[in-house]
Each structure stands twice: as C-alpha cells, then as structure tokens.
Design a protein. Structure first.
Length: 175
C-alpha cells in the first residue's frame, strides 16, 4: 500500500507563481516516488500538489471543511469532508505518514504546530517532518532552542532548502 504525505502550505499562490510551480513539482516528485498526497484540498499549494501527483497516477486526497465558500481542487481523486476546522486538522495529520511544509500563513503554522506538539507529547508516533525553505528556519530554530531549554526532544522538524532534499529525507525516514 502506498504511503501518503500530507503537504501543508498557502492557499494564495496561483498557477504560474513560483510557489505554485514548486508545489506542483513536489506533487509530481512524490508521485514518481510512489507516494500519494494529502492536502487541505483547495487552491494554491493544495491544488498544485494535487495536480502534480495525479499526473503521475497517484492519489490526491483533499481534507475539506465548508468554512471558506471555496470549491475544492478539481485535481482531487478523493475528498474527505469534515465538520470543523479542528476535525480537519486532525484528519490531515492522521492521514499523513509524513509531512512536508511549504510556505504559508497562520493556518500552515497551526498545522505544523499541531504535528510537532503531538509528536513532542507522544500523542502520535514519530513521523518525518520536512519544512522547505528559509521561511521556516527561524521558527524551527527558535522552537528547538526553547525545547532544549525545557529539556524536551529537539530535531523533530527538519529544514531543507528545496523540495528534492525534502523528498529524499521523507523517503529515507518513512516507516
């Protein structure tokens, strides 16, 4: 059975934008490496990774919630509808065998934070988490400094410069 990688990121990039193109390439790369993709199921990075993975024959799972008055991505192969934002976040996390986090805003930060907290508090098994780009470096380094100060586990979230490195990390660390 194929493993599924949950991808978190911004809903704002549009086709042709650098972040959209990168997310599309990520979806293709994951599909070419025999992974399915899970995302929040709407536009932007979610649409791009879904498009990329389906073009390789992979599955694009969208976890949606009817809060945004937005249509789901047309590239989804399966949609799972949730009743609340918190249910959606939990389902996004549960569906992933690993996580790749691309640039995003507060929603993406919440998703990363919940994954991190669940692993830190042993509320879920450890899974590979890859943040892509400088965007996340200060956040991850600051939180890891605090975790070290508190005597907690550090290094749960890794930073990569590009999608190729992130996918290699996921491939090497997925169980």
């Amino acid at each position: 059975m194929k493993k599924t990688i949950t991808v978190f990121g911004s809903s704002f990039p549009k086709p042709g934008d650098e972040e959209y193109i990168s997310a599309y390439k990520l979806g293709r790369l994951l599909g070419e490496n025999n992974f399915n993709v899970c995302s929040g199921g709407y536009r932007g990075i979610m649409d791009a990774v879904s498009k990329g993975v389906t073009e390789t024959g992979g599955e694009a799972i969208g976890i949606t919630v009817d809060l945004y008055n937005v249509k789901p991505s047309r590239h989804l192969t399966r949609e799972i509808k949730c009743g609340s934002l918190f249910e959606r976040i939990e389902k996004l996390i549960d569906t992933g065998d690993g996580y790749i986090i691309l640039p995003g805003g507060t929603g993406t930060l919440v998703e990363l934070s919940v994954v991190w907290e669940f692993m830190n508090k042993n509320m879920m098994k450890l899974k590979p988490v890859a943040c892509v780009g400088e965007f996340w470096r200060k956040v991850v380094e600051s939180v890891d400094e605090r975790m070290e100060y508190e005597g907690r586990r550090t290094g749960l979230v890794k930073i990569f410069n590009g999608i190729d490195e992130a996918v290699e990390f996921i491939k090497s660390n997925i169980k």
